[in-house]
Design a protein around this ligand. Structure first.
Ligand code: SF4
Ligand code: SF4
Length: 695
């Protein structure tokens, strides 16, 4: 007998146990299903992402999904076969929602991938052991499914002094842990040894309810010389809740906002510990578990060792489901479980029981009546809550009061609903309220993030504006300084030379100005030729004056410039090539404009016209500055004669016709009205007649 003192559980109930239904036969091996549905999320925390694709062949134990998020657990192929689908599949959840899963068509060979067991775990460091647990994708098998590697991670500032191995299994009907302790006590002991080596706790307590005498005996026999304490607990529901078990064993209440680890206590389910054993000693990932198949609608209730991903329907068939007898199908036990909406849903890492109950066994709940304030619910609540108050606030969706009354301390054990004379489904109200509050919190977090992003963007834009303004000022200052220096140099040159010699830069600027004025004049002339308005005429007059002035300024500056250095032959050659290329590009664009007549092409042609004029101007200047002794043009390099005015007029008329035709086509494509089309057609006809005359 254990000498460890225990404390009475606050509250609690004694529902009918019904455990003998399933624990009379040894654990059975479930047949290999044809298809395995392996959900990407089977634990508390972040979902994993598939690492395989449809069509891939996988081996048993192969890693098939993982997550970069720390709070997650890897997923492995439970058997060998081919991935046939990745996407939404039925999932064992109260909402009946679908969840992404990897579907594997098994090949019947059950071929393992290469495993890497640790030869001697006693020689391994805590980190090496933790890596093994993490790689095996173990999450708590007792119900909640928290990733085990995270729970076992050592905290330097808070060492674990007490390790509690939870074998209470207080929920009625379920006997998965009971049969596991009976049949795998040796593995359980080695698994505890591994965790002890990792955490070095002072005390190790193995808690088992006194309604499992065979398990207590098997575990005690397997103890050997170990100084672990097997603690028998009185059978009461829900003694197996983590915080309730700590209260029973340690007499300590874990505050609502703290974790047991912060008090130096760590709880692990017996099934989880055996999974740790398999991961370290055998190198096997978590790909199967023991699940209770029970209820009076089954011909052969039992515990099965089944692969994760096995469809519930396969297991029910194996246990001899008598469909006519089935009243309710529950995933989990009758107190904390939920109605399973589809038998296509698979077994996942947290599936400890499938209960196929008859109507006589689990009658439908009576219609809910108003609360009579009897207080029975508060009497049995193991978390010292006021269930009737929580129900009242949940009805009014008063989230503030729900949180003030510690809704999140509720472990959803269902003891309150079990005793309620008004048959109020209290736990359902709490689950909905919790989900609502979590959703609100998520929304608040999202809104906060959005606000932060907005403020960050505003700050970034402000800094950007400041930077641009500073750059603009610096540019203006540099320009002013440069102008002042140029003026100073010009004055100095004038004073020194008697006659003004204009800097090369100034000459260049004047050349560009003269070229641009000339291009602008030609463009305006072209528009005037097409449209012939008074404004265009006035514009041409102005541009003519401006072009003449620009040319005069250039001539004057050229005359004042000392004799230009003879331009090298190479430079002339380069300028000729540049002028030729500019001319070719212009002709090409003009051709495209003639064919398609888009606004972009028109703009492009204008730009290229300016470029070509500039290139020609540069070439002319270079030729002028070239030594007179330069070799004259030879027969090999004939000079192209300038086009006559008649040729120019003909070319212009052709362009005009092409543009008018393109404008008409464009209007037709955009389904312009008949009036516009008629006007454009008339313009085209006129242009064609003009061209015919010139021809
Ligand atoms: S379900 Fe919640 S409120 Fe009801 S008894 Fe259990 S812990 Fe208390
Ligand atoms: S047990 Fe039911 S009826 Fe009684 S106080 Fe609680 S909620 Fe109300």
């Amino acid at each position: 007998m254990s000498t460890w003192p225990i404390y009475p559980l606050r509250g609690g109930v004694h529902p009918a146990q019904n455990k003998t239904l399933s624990n009379q036969v040894p654990i059975q091996q479930a047949p290999l299903p044809k298809q395995l549905i392996v959900p990407l999320l089977q634990h508390l925390g972040s979902s994993t992402e598939a690492l395989v694709s449809v069509g891939d062949h996988v081996l048993k134990g192969q890693l098939i999904a993982d997550s970069s998020n720390r709070i997650s657990a890897a997923v492995h192929a439970p058997s060998s076969g081919t991935v046939s689908f990745i996407g939404p599949q039925p999932y064992p959840h109260a909402s009946g929602q679908l969840l992404d899963a990897i579907v594997i068509d098994t090949d019947g060979l059950d071929t393992w991938c290469e495993l890497e067991p640790l030869a001697d775990f006693t020689q391994a460091t805590a980190t090496e052991l933790l890596d093994k647990v993490s790689q095996a994708g173990i999450s708590g098998l007792g119900g909640a499914g928290f990733p085990t590697a995270i729970k076992l991670s050592p905290r330097a500032e808070q060492p674990i002094t007490t390790l509690i191995i939870n074998g209470t299994e207080c929920e009625p009907y379920i006997t998965a842990d009971d049969t596991l302790m009976r049949e795998k006590a040796a593995q359980l002991m080695l698994g505890i040894d591994i965790v002890v080596q990792m955490l070095q706790p002072k005390n190790v307590l193995i808690a088992i309810e006194d309604n499992k005498p065979e398990s207590i005996s098997a575990v005690r026999s397997a103890l050997g010389s170990r100084d672990y304490q097997v603690v028998e607990l009185p059978t009461i529901y829900p003694s197996g809740g983590e915080r309730q078990l700590i209260q029973i064993l340690m007499g300590q209440e874990v505050p609502a906002n703290k974790l047991p680890a912060e008090l130096g206590i760590l709880c692990q389910n017996v099934g989880t510990i055996v999974a740790v054993h398999d991961a370290v000693i055998k190198g096997q990932p978590l790909i199967s578990r023991i699940t209770t198949l029970t209820g009076q609608a089954l011909a052969k209730p039992m515990n099965v060792e089944c692969l994760i991903g096995t469809p519930v329907a396969d297991l029910l068939e194996f246990a001899g489901l008598q469909e006519a007898q089935l009243g309710r199908l529950i995933a989990g036990g009758p107190m904390m479980g939920f109605t399973l909406t589809s038998t296509a849903a698979p077994i996942i890492k947290t599936s400890n029981c499938i209960l196929a109950a008859t109507t006589a066994e689990l009658p439908p709940p009576a219609p809910a009546m108003p609360c009579i304030r009897c207080g029975d619910c508060a009497e049995v609540c193991p978390a010292s809550l006021l269930p009737q108050q929580l129900h009242f606030y949940a009805l009014g969706e008063d989230h503030e009061q729900l949180q003030a009354n510690n809704l999140f301390d509720c472990i959803e054990c269902g003891a309150c609903a079990y005793v309620c004379p008004s048959s109020i489904p209290l736990v359902q109200y709490y689950r909905v309220a919790k989900a609502d509050i979590r959703e609100q919190e998520q929304k608040l977090i999202k809104a906060e993030h959005a606000k932060e992003r907005f403020e960050f963007r505003q700050e970034r834009l402000r800094l950007e504006d400041e930077r641009k303004e500073a750059e603009r000022k610096a540019r203006a200052e540099r320009l002013a300084k440069s102008k002042a220096e140029q003026a100073k140099k010009a004055a100095q040159a004038e004073a020194a030379g008697g006659s003004a010699a204009v800097a090369d830069d100034e000459l260049k600027r004047l050349k560009i100005a003269a070229s641009m004025a000339s291009v602008a004049l030609r463009k305006a002339q072209k528009q005037f030729d097409t449209h012939g308005t008074d404004e265009l005429k006035a514009q041409i007059d102005q541009l003519s004056v401006a072009a003449a002035q620009a040319k005069a300024a250039l001539d004057k500056a050229s005359a004042a410039t000392p004799a230009a250095k003879p331009v090298a032959d190479d430079e002339i050659k380069r300028l000729k090539i540049a002028a030729s290329m500019a001319s070719v590009a212009l002709r090409k664009a003009q051709k495209q404009l003639d064919e398609h007549g888009t606004d972009e092409l028109k703009a492009q042609v204008e730009q290229l016209t300016a470029n070509a004029a500039e290139a020609k101007q540069a070439l002319d200047s270079a030729m002028t500055a070239a030594p007179k002794t330069a070799a004259p043009a030879t027969a090999d390099t004939p000079t192209k004669p300038e086009p006559s005015p008649a040729e120019l007029a003909l070319k212009k008329a052709k362009i005009d016709v092409a543009m008018k035709r393109a404008a008409l086509r464009k209007a037709e494509r955009s389904e312009a009205d008949a009036e516009t089309l008629t006007a454009l057609q008339a313009e085209l006809t006129q242009a064609e007649q003009g061209l015919a005359k010139l021809n």
